[in-house]
Design a protein around this ligand. Structure first.
Ligand code: URA
Length: 275
């Protein structure tokens, strides 16, 4: 497309761009660098019949996942209740009763996640439940969740796309403080088992902590975002991992929304892992 020509956008995409502080014409200036031959990123977003942003609903119980995962990985030094179940429903019940770290004392609900249970197109991994999430037992129910839906809609991840939403940490840290390394170590086996059982085609990590834990890297968010990574699941699949800003960080620092838009456009081009 002509780099100066405004791209065609649907209403949700326009709303997101307005939030970023860009309009269609301003966006056209960014199309060329984003869509350059090296980046293979196609920003010529197509008009589509007004998708509705997906609403997070409880996971459908009618889709039990019984994919067999490999034997227990080396014993975790953390106090996660062992063994971590290999059957989805048992895993969720186990998370609900977990007392592996202090966070269980302050929780109303452990928030294990919600969404499509069989090879979802996307697994979205946030940091930890917020206060509304803790009350309802569902992830991303607050303002960050609303922004997340707008972000996903901007790359056509809408109600038609299969997504599972979860967090690195399943219980809310009081005051929404950053989870400690011990809390992350105690909870990570649950996320790893969820990944093996769900078999997602791609993973979107929101924020540095989720990205570092999934990739086993200590790099800053700035070094992790803007690239396509891969992680190996417990059952040996290589799954593409994309990293971007956490929506809560974007609410606090909207100046990063343009970079988030770039990350999301990169995410849109990434072929998913085989099922
Ligand atoms: N709610 C979640 O479920 N996760 C986050 O990371 C933030 C809010």
């Amino acid at each position: 497309m002509n780099p100066m020509q405004a791209p065609r956008l649907n209403r949700l995409q326009e709303a997101w761009l307005q939030e970023i502080g860009l309009d269609k014409r301003m966006l056209a200036q960014f199309v060329a660098p984003l869509a350059g031959p090296e980046s293979a990123v196609d920003t010529s977003v197509q008009a589509e019949p007004e998708p509705s942003a997906p609403k997070l609903m409880p996971a459908e119980p009618r889709l039990p996942v019984r994919r067999q995962v490999q034997a227990e990985p080396e014993e975790s030094p953390a106090k996660t209740l062992q063994p971590v179940p290999q059957i989805w429903e048992e895993l969720i019940a186990h998370i609900g009763e977990c007392q592996a770290c202090e966070l269980h004392k302050g929780r109303s609900h452990a928030v294990s996640g919600t969404g499509a249970l069989t090879a979802p197109e996307w697994l979205v991994v946030g940091e930890a439940p917020g206060s509304v999430d803790d009350r309802t037992g569902l992830p991303f129910q607050g303002k960050a969740g609303q922004l997340l839906q707008a972000m996903l809609a901007s790359i056509q991840v809408t109600g038609q796309t299969t997504v599972f939403y979860t967090n690195l940490i399943k219980c809310r840290p009081l005051g929404n403080r950053t989870p400690t390394p011990d809390e992350i170590a105690a909870c990570l086996p649950y996320l790893q088992r969820q990944i093996a059982l769900l078999g997602p085609r791609r993973i979107l990590a929101l924020g540095g902590l989720a990205a570092q834990a999934l990739l086993g890297l200590n790099d800053d968010l700035e070094n992790l975002r803007g690239k396509v990574h891969a992680m190996r699941s417990e059952d040996g699949r290589s799954i593409p991992v994309l990293v971007t800003y956490h929506p809560t960080a974007l609410l606090l620092r909207p100046q990063h929304k343009l970079d988030a838009w770039r990350d999301l456009n990169l995410a849109r081009t990434v072929p998913g892992a085989e099922g």
